[in-house]
Design a protein around this ligand. Structure first.
Ligand SMILES: Cc1ncc(COP(=O)(O)O)c(C=O)c1O
Length: 405
């Protein structure tokens, strides 16, 4: 049993007061926001609203302090070595695109190789592909073994080709699989690669220690960690961030501009063009402060309990084709009903106000490997209750009966 008090945790989230009928199991897509986050962003707009780094007035100085304090909060949360290593972006996708663009224009040369895995989200595939042809860079993909885990022997063979970059998701957004990143990144560093972690899902599972993780870069989105949408982070080792060509120009990323050319600002401003999402950064800092009140291990073991309760219940429902494994899973179970389209199942659950996601989950190449037309994803968060899991199992059993009729 878990000591974690999910009812008390849930009370921090106004969504569940306003929408008591909904069972929300679409947490891998986005999480709900605690009061602390809503109040922090609301308070900023109501009483402190101003642009950062620019105004001579006091309001702007307050906004700047709040924005830079948020950067410090993220730095501490990730255990980064320096605040200048925290770049605010609009999310994981923006972070990965900046990274791919920046590395392609400076560090990578024709014939260089990038290793990704078969579990990657499109954001960690397409952001590299956009430039590969032009720059002559090759992408290698680590396959999965029969257990749908990363094939570590195949990974060793790809490392033997001396890739310049190894870019991996921490947790599969489709299957929930947790990758053995500690070893994989250490081995990638030993092979001389720059290491990149797509932490979009991993951030909600485990607080990352980027120094211990041997991650040169770590990207995540606040909205999957109880923070606002439209704000995310590109963490990078300072020396490497300094080598990235900025993807966007303008605003504070400039030190001097003439029509002959421009000089860029120091980090982190160098990679933050235009007016940033100030309220978003403040909201992210509030999410981090909120989450830090809870025991991370308790949150994890409660999520495991939700997952196991759901998994055990599924064994009683005929016709379920489970794609995810229970082991090494960060709280996501993906399944199909044999012979039925995933959208039909999701639609029947929606009628019962159970929010799940159906489709390809931005992992088309993975579904090609799985030879499935898509799947329905159930993604748990610590505010979900065991009674909701039971409600979902009952609804699922009824839906299977309706589909079979
Ligand atoms: C593993 C993974 N990477 C990247 C992303 C993209 O995140 P965002 O849409 O917040 O930029 C997601 C979103 O679902 C994801 O799950």
């Amino acid at each position: 049993m878990s000591d974690f008090n999910a009812v008390a945790f849930r009370q921090h989230f106004p969504f569940f007061v306003n929408q008591p009928a909904w069972v929300y199991l679409d947490n891998a897509a986005t999480t709900h926001k605690p009061k602390a986050v809503l109040e922090a962003t609301d308070h900023f707009y109501r009483t402190q609203n101003s642009n950062v780094h620019r105004g001579a007035h006091q309001l702007s100085q307050v906004a700047t302090t709040l924005y830079e304090d948020a950067r410090l909060a993220v730095k501490n949360y990730l255990n980064a070595a320096d605040v200048a290593e925290i770049i605010f972006t609009s999310g994981t996708t923006a972070a990965l695109n900046q990274l791919a663009f920046g590395l392609m224009h400076t560090v990578l040369k024709p014939g260089d190789r990038i290793v990704i895995s078969a579990l990657e989200h499109h954001a960690n595939i397409v952001s590299w592909q956009l430039h590969c042809q032009r720059f002559g860079v090759i992408i290698d993909v680590i396959p999965l073994n029969a257990d749908l885990q990363i094939d570590l022997d195949a990974y060793q063979k790809l490392l033997a080709l001396s890739p310049k970059v190894v870019s991996l998701t921490q947790v599969s957004n489709t299957l929930g699989t947790i990758l053995p990143l500690e070893n994989m990144l250490r081995e990638a560093k030993a092979a001389g690669a720059i290491t990149v972690v797509d932490g979009a899902q991993g951030i909600a599972w485990q607080r990352p220690d980027v120094q211990q993780l041997a991650a040169d870069f770590y990207c995540f989105s606040a909205h999957k960690l109880y923070g606002p949408t439209g704000i995310g982070v590109l963490y990078g080792k300072k020396a490497l961030l300094e080598q990235l060509t900025p993807l966007q120009g303008g605003g504070e990323m400039i030190e001097s501009v003439s029509f002959a050319g421009s000089h860029f600002n120091k980090l982190p401003a160098r990679l933050e063009a235009g007016t940033p999402n100030i309220a978003g950064a403040i909201g992210l800092a509030a999410a981090i402060a909120f989450l830090s009140q809870f025991d991370a291990e308790q949150l994890k073991s409660y999520k495991r309990l939700l997952l196991k309760t759901f998994h055990d219940g599924l064994q009683q429902i005929p016709g379920i084709v489970l794609l995810s494994k229970l082991e090494n899973n960060a709280g996501i179970l993906t399944l199909n009903v044999a012979g039925e389209h995933p959208a039909d199942l999701a639609s029947l659950l929606n009628e019962q106000q159970i929010a799940v996601r159906a489709g390809l989950h931005c992992t088309m190449p993975l579904f090609e490997l799985l030879e499935q037309p898509g799947a329905v994803r159930f993604a748990f968060a610590p505010y979900n209750l065991i009674s909701e899991v039971e409600q979902c199992l009952t609804a699922l059993a009824q839906a299977v009966e309706i589909l079979a009729a």
